[in-house]
Design a protein around this ligand. Structure first.
Ligand SMILES: Nc1nc2c(c(=O)[nH]1)N[C@H]1C(S)=C(S)[C@@H](COP(=O)(O)OP(=O)(O)OC[C@H]3O[C@@H](n4cnc5c(=O)[nH]c(N)nc54)[C@H](O)[C@@H]3O)O[C@H]1N2
Ligand SMILES: Nc1nc2c(c(=O)[nH]1)N[C@H]1C(S)=C(S)[C@@H](COP(=O)(O)OP(=O)(O)OC[C@H]3O[C@@H](n4cnc5c(=O)[nH]c(N)nc54)[C@H](O)[C@@H]3O)O[C@H]1N2
Ligand code: SF4
Ligand SMILES: [Mo]
Length: 695
């Protein structure tokens, strides 16, 4: 049997894989055996990529809509026809409203340098990614403290002595390599503390689990800082050398005692004091995990800042077993991969339609915008109309809170184009669907993976496309040619794209053949903690008092204010993932759907009893935005103030028959409210009532 080394795309973690191929068919997918930390392993979703290839509910040909939006009436088209149609509409919108009225949103991917260049060449500032909905506030928190975005930061789980996770549900919301690192570390004695209002799989593996009242992590952290500073449990040398604003923090946290935090969080004061002391015992090899998905509450920026500050107090930044700034090709004296930047193009000067980078929203990251503000911008035409939207590997209908408002926004567009592999809820409303070949059938831009040991990875086609689909980088090139901007995309084939990236790097395509990757450093790269850490803040230090925040009039340490408490008779709606599904992508996958085909509403047993709800019974969940029906799962393993459901179910597209109408949609219930400093949506702001329904 032949094999090809490639990169998984069943989720966005991009694990290196080995694809076993016979007669142009994929027989098995394993992890790449040569990659340290992966050693051949793969998660259930990665293995299920096999069934995606031959799924008869995939997109197979370009489609042009013939009926009203959402009616499911399409006609098949040739690529020429579909691309001509899209290019014609883009030109029309440009002529009528100007270039800025075209937006593009995507789940950031290996070819994002191509889509960014495409938008620059069109002349529109409105390039968006999913990122704000995932961790916009974490990004801003890191920039406010270290000067780096969150994407530049990693955790050295393997060498940590104590890992403290705040709802970072590693064993279900997977990053394969990190899960394996953490497991190995725990086998060698690393302590795991897990803090969540819900007993997750990760909680069951922890040495210590603290059930926190939802939305009160900031209170816990202020109290931890209070103890750490009062009992002098912090790394004085590190703080003296690297921290700006320690004295201000010290004064600020004085009133936030563990006894105070006990009232707010429900965690006993003595546990809070213990945790502070245990962290001190392990420092600097201690990680207060700053989280991954960080779109929960309106004060998210300050929760994330407090976690990063705790790491700084422990001196864990750039220490083995702490958190680190990722190193790239440049750090080993190599030339980074070339990427398209459209450097010969004039800069785009129009302001973004979400106001990011303007006085309206100065602190969020303009590199990917705040995508959840897009529906409102479309509907209000403020500051100007958005009339065309290209959506590439993203499902804003489901990934931006408040489904009904999203739908109204999509309906208002003159042009909606979806580049996807299946009928997403957004594709279902599109004018044109451009089907992309799946990751097993296509190659993509080479990946430069920064980290302690930077390396290059490559996604190569393992089999030929099953249907009339194309890779996204080719679709964009062909669209660009029709718009007279083809010259900014200097490739005609995958090989030419790779050659462009590798030019003058001293690395050739053949270097990937043996193991599927090229290592750039054998040893972990760490900076000298005395004098060598290159923080990118204006002061060159860790800014507890943040110049980014203060210059725009925001406080670095605002007094604690509770987030909205659930009104009488309602519960906070918490959400998350499990190990079997990826966001909104895999619910219709033939194999994964068999494993988990609906979501359940976790509700505390005592609360369920009060409402007359039995385990397994159907219940109606009602919010200010909508109503859903779902099966109840009664359990003591969730805080009584909250209910919980998996994200990604309750689907409305009949052509995705396996997941159609199964379970409930969190998106439909959520309100679209944003942390106006950090940029994340407060996905868990919404509170819901729950009542039994007769079956
Ligand atoms: N309501 C709500 N919203 C959320 C979240 C939540 O929990 N609840 N979570 C947030 C988080 S953490 C994230 S990261 C985002 C994720 O949001 P999204 O990026 O929208 O979600 P995904 O499921 O990763 O994928 C989106 C689309 O990519 C398509 N796709 C998959 N593979 C390919 C491919 O190879 N090519 C192309 N062209 N398309 C492909 C899928 O079919 C799907 O339609 O959502 C955020 N928004
Ligand atoms: N299998 C799988 N793995 C994935 C993904 C996937 O879709 N599927 N997606 C990837 C992506 S893009 C992301 S962003 C990450 C997400 O990784 P995580 O952030 O670890 O994942 P979530 O599943 O969103 O889990 C959120 C947890 O926070 C808890 N929680 C809710 N409210 C609070 C609170 O107030 N305080 C505390 N302490 N906890 C709270 C919830 O109960 C839930 O268990 O996962 C990544 N890995
Ligand atoms: S975590 Fe699983 S689905 Fe995600 S990239 Fe890795 S193997 Fe693929
Ligand atoms: Mo995410």
């Amino acid at each position: 049997m032949k094999h090809e080394y490639s990169i998984c795309l069943m989720c966005t973690v991009r694990c290196p894989i080995k694809v076993m191929v016979q007669h142009d068919d994929v027989k098995l997918i394993e992890g790449n055996p040569y990659v340290t930390g992966i050693e051949g392993s793969i998660c259930p979703k990665g293995a299920a990529g096999v069934s995606l290839l031959n799924d008869n509910e995939r997109l197979k040909k370009p489609l042009i809509r013939t009926g009203p939006r959402g009616s499911g009436q399409w006609r098949e088209a040739t690529w020429e026809e579909a691309l001509d149609y899209v290019a014609g509409k883009i030109r029309e919108i440009k002529n009528n409203y100007g270039s800025r009225s075209i937006a593009l949103t995507e789940r950031a991917h290996l070819n994002s340098h191509i889509s960014k260049t495409f938008m620059k060449a069109i002349g529109s500032p409105n390039y968006f990614t999913h990122d704000s909905c995932c961790k916009g506030s974490l990004n801003t928190a890191f920039r406010s403290l270290l000067g780096y975005a969150d994407g530049s930061i990693g955790v050295d789980l393997e060498n940590a002595k104590h890992v403290i996770l705040y709802g970072r549900n590693y064993f279900e919301s997977l990053e394969l390599k990190q899960v394996k690192q953490l497991t190995r570390a725990m086998e060698k004695g690393t302590r795991l503390t897990y803090i969540d209002p819900r007993v997750t799989v990760t909680a069951t593996k922890a040495d210590q689990y603290l059930m926190i009242r939802p939305g009160t992590d900031l209170a816990l952290n202020y109290a931890l800082m209070n103890v750490i500073i009062k009992e002098e449990l912090y790394d004085k040398e590190f703080v003296d050398r690297w921290v700006e604003g320690f004295a201000a923090l010290k004064k600020f946290v004085e009133p936030y005692t563990p006894q105070w935090a006990e009232q707010e969080t429900g965690i006993p004061a003595r546990e809070i004091i213990n945790l502070a002391r245990e962290a001190n015992d392990a420092r600097p090899a201690v990680i207060f995990h700053y989280g991954y998905r960080s779109s929960h509450y309106t004060n998210e920026i300050y929760i994330r800042r407090s976690l990063i500050i705790l790491n700084a107090l422990m001196g864990s930044i750039e220490a083995p077993g702490g958190i680190f700034i990722k190193k790239g090709a440049g750090d080993v004296g190599r030339k980074p991969l070339n990427k398209l930047t459209g450097q010969n193009l004039p800069p785009v000067t129009d302001e973004r339609c979400d106001g990011v980078g303007t006085p309206k929203f100065p602190t969020a990251d303009p590199n990917h915008g705040v995508v959840q503000l897009l529906p409102q911008a479309i509907l209000s035409e403020d500051p100007y109309p958005i009339k065309g939207l290209i959506v590439w590997r993203h499902d804003p209908m489901l990934s931006i809170p408040d489904y009904e408002t999203n739908r109204r926004a999509m309906e208002k567009l003159d042009l909606l184009v979806a580049i996807d592999i299946q009928f997403s809820e957004t594709a279902w409303l599109a004018d044109v669907i451009l089907p992309e070949s799946i990751y097993l059938e296509r190659g993509d831009s080479i990946q430069e993976l920064a980290g302690l040991k930077p390396a290059l990875f490559i996604r190569k086609p393992a089999v030929t496309p099953r249907y009339d689909t194309r890779p996204g980088w080719e679709i964009m090139k062909h669209l660009a040619e029709r718009l007279g901007i083809g010259q900014y995309f200097p490739y005609n084939s995958l090989e030419e794209l790779w050659s462009y990236q590798l030019a003058d790097t001293g690395i050739s395509l053949e270097d990937f053949n043996a193991k599927g990757f090229v290592s750039l450093s054998k040893e972990p790269l760490r900076w000298d903690r005395k004098n060598g850490i290159k923080f990118k803040t204006p002061s060159g230090k860790i800014e507890f008092v943040s110049s980014l925040l203060e210059k725009h009039g925001y406080s670095s340490f605002p007094p604690y204010e509770p987030v909205n408490p659930p009104a009488e008779g309602t519960f906070r709606l918490m959400i998350g993932r499990n190990a079997v599904h990826t966001h909104v992508s895999t619910q219709n996958n033939p194999l994964l759907n068999e494993l988990v085909h609906e979501n359940l509403l976790w509700i505390n047993t005592g609360e369920a009893e009060k409402l007359g709800i039995r385990n397994g019974q159907m219940v109606e969940v009602c919010s200010s935005r909508g109503k859903e029906t779902i099966r109840a799962f009664t359990t003591d393993h969730i805080h009584p103030e909250a209910v919980f459901m998996l994200h990604g179910f309750g689907r409305r597209v009949p052509a995705q028959s396996r997941c159609f109408n199964r379970g409930a949609s969190d998106t439909l219930l959520q309100e679209n409210i944003t942390d106006r400093i950090g940029g994340s949506p407060a996905l868990q702001h919404v509170c819901v009532s729950v009542r039994p329904v007769s079956e």
